[in-house]
Write a protein that binds this ligand. Structure first.
Ligand code: TYD
Ligand code: MG
Length: 453
């Protein structure tokens, strides 16, 4: 009998070893190296008679001779999803969708499968057909193109695919699949690699787009080997705070489009609703003017987004003042507080400061700085800001107000939403003429204090 071939993989980073060891020399994690049995496969995997005839040996072509027209995109009947994909699904592409458990990955893809006017196969290794049916009924009870298959063995999946000839395939999730050619358990590094390779081969040979769901590890990376992300064409991330209704879909890698685009959804009782005008939902616009609230004009990807920042500054009850930030980098908050203390003379050192970005989203656009500072000042003085003011600038260490990119787009968004004044940096070049909104240019943090306190 042939000797069983085994190899050792780090389950954390995917590094391969010839023998077991306690610590992975690559990622320094302990106890992550596990033995996996490899059965040198007499490679058969995905092969259909139809595809065999299509297959031909590749030969070099002049770039001008290459026909790119086959890249006609498949409209997924979801504006946000289309935008993040760069204009729709590309035939033959492999897309990986990652996200926390319960964030709505299965819902998003099932919803897409139900809406698509093409024959779609939704393969689930996680839920039963009945469970999926129940979910589908909540989302869209009338769909005639969507087939559900509960199967985890890739060879069986391909058999069904050959019979059904679907136009789009969804696999939920890659971690539940296993292939006969590898003996280790589903979800292990070598299984994930093998199953993905088989699916890529299938996608490329038949020009069928495949979307995979990927689980993530506790530190937010897609579980499995890093190479998984290299193998696929597009890596999407679905994120949000489970206690809030907003979900953000973004592309971390996209071979067919920009990674700057962003899709925003709202989780409702009947599935995910596309949010086409997020600013209107993210700012509450209460009638009363409350201290500690400020609106920042940020950009998420290419889209302007008006976001409400709330701050609470109060005298510290205990010796060490507390600083806490939700949706904003806590180190950056400390930096802004230090700038306010040093450059504008506010004694915040003995105060508790809490900061919250409403809507449960996380912002890393530096243009939110000025809004954060305004909210802190407003709470500190207990003076409400006029509710039609908004802010878009970065704050530097010496208290200077720094310019931000694409300020005109932010100004126009603020104008559209009816703000009366926007505070920006004096150093931003603005060529807009005749705006209904007042553009207040400031250069130092002290200038802001003059306006709002
Ligand atoms: P799910 O899509 O299963 O998440 P994932 O596949 O990422 O693990 O479910 C997400 C959550 O959404 C689940 O807790 C229930 C909720 N939900 C709704 O609020 N409305 C709905 O219509 C559906 C289908 C789910
Ligand atoms: Mg799921």
């Amino acid at each position: 009998m042939a000797k069983v071939k085994t190899t050792f993989y780090c389950q954390n980073c995917g590094t391969q070893y010839s023998k077991w060891q306690g610590q992975c020399t690559s990622c320094k994690e302990w106890n992550t190296i596990a033995e996996e049995v490899l059965q040198t496969p007499e490679k058969s995997d995905w092969k259909s008679p139809a595809s065999a005839s299509k297959k031909r040996a590749a030969k070099p072509l002049l770039i001008n001779e290459i026909d790119a027209s086959q890249d006609a995109r498949i409209d997924v009947v979801d504006k946000e999803f289309n935008r993040v994909l760069g204009g729709g699904l590309v035939p033959g592409s492999l897309t990986l969708l990652g996200g926390e458990p319960g964030i709505g990955k299965s819902t998003l893809l099932l919803q897409m499968a139900l809406r698509l006017p093409y024959k779609t196969l939704y393969v689930s290794g996680e839920e039963s057909q009945k469970q999926i049916k129940m979910r589908a009924e909540r989302i869209n009870p009338s769909s005639s193109n969507c087939y559900i298959l509960t199967e985890t063995k890739t060879q069986n999946i391909f058999k069904q695919i050959e019979e059904l000839q679907p136009d789009v395939v969804v696999v939920d999730s890659i971690q539940t699949l296993h292939s006969d050619y590898i003996e280790s358990s589903a979800g292990s590094i070598s299984q994930i690699k093998e199953c993905t390779t088989e699916l890529i081969k299938f996608a490329k040979e038949t020009a069928t787009p495949v979307i995979l769901v990927g689980h993530i590890t506790k530190d937010g990376h897609i579980a499995g080997p890093k190479i998984l992300e290299h193998m696929v064409d597009t890596v999407l991330q679905f994120e949000g705070d489970r206690n809030h209704v907003f979900r953000i879909l973004r592309a971390n890698k996209n071979r067919f489009g920009s990674t700057n685009e962003l899709g925003i959804y709202e989780m409702q009782g009947a599935g995910l609703r596309e949010v086409s005008n997020p600013s209107e939902i993210l700012i509450s616009r209460k009638d009363d003017e409350l201290s500690g609230n400020a609106v920042a004009a940020t950009l998420e990807g290419m889209r302007p987004l008006m976001i409400e920042v709330q701050a609470l500054v109060s005298t510290a009850v205990y010796g060490t003042p507390q600083r806490s930030a939700t949706g904003f980098n806590a180190k950056r908050l400390n930096m802004l507080l230090a700038v306010l203390e040093k450059r504008a003379g506010f004694r915040l050192g003995a105060k508790d400061v809490f900061l919250n970005i409403t809507g449960g989203i996380t912002v890393d656009d530096p243009a939110i700085d000025l809004g954060v500072v305004a909210a802190i000042l407003s709470s500190n003085e207990d003076e409400a800001l006029p509710k039609d003011y908004c802010f878009a600038a970065e704050v530097g260490l010496s208290g200077e107000i720094r310019p931000v990119q694409r300020v005109e787009q932010r100004i126009l968004e603020a104008e559209k939403l009816g703000f009366s004044t926007i505070f920006v940096s004096k150093y931003n070049k603005i060529s807009l003429k005749q705006t209904a909104i007042k553009i207040q240019m400031i250069s130092k943090i002290e200038d802001l204090v003059g306006f709002i306190v």
